[in-house]
Design a protein around this ligand. Structure first.
Ligand code: FES
Length: 107
């Protein structure tokens, strides 16, 4: 499987997350304050909550429901109640296109 275009780079707001689906796989895509784009699994591992509805802080994305913050680099939750990581997907930028292959996880 090859990477699919999920959005334009210019669609992303700094320090905000959007939810995308690639081949049925939900992901939260974040442009961090360093200009780096991250993609992690969108479903919080503590409950059925979209992480894209949460809060970006540095290189973490915090679930709004109970406050677990997930690393955008490793997918690991940095605090309870979530204790299972979410997948981290490789992101490719081509011009203004953000491409993600849901079969390629970094962690
Ligand atoms: S549902 Fe995300 S921390 Fe509880």
């Amino acid at each position: 499987m090859s990477a699919s275009r999920v959005c334009a780079l210019s669609d992303l707001e700094q320090d905000a997350a959007i939810r995308v689906e690639v081949d049925g796989v939900p992901m939260a895509v974040v442009l961090d304050s360093n200009g780096e784009v991250h993609a992690i699994g969108d479903t919080c591992t503590h409950g059925d909550i979209s992480l894209a509805e949460g809060f970006v802080d540095g290189d973490t994305l915090e679930c709004w429901a109970h406050g677990s913050a997930f690393s955008l680099r490793t997918g690991k939750p940095l605090n309870l109640p979530a204790y299972e990581p979410v997948p981290v997907y490789a992101v490719t930028i081509e011009g203004d296109d953000v491409l993600i292959d849901p079969t390629v996880t970094k962690k």
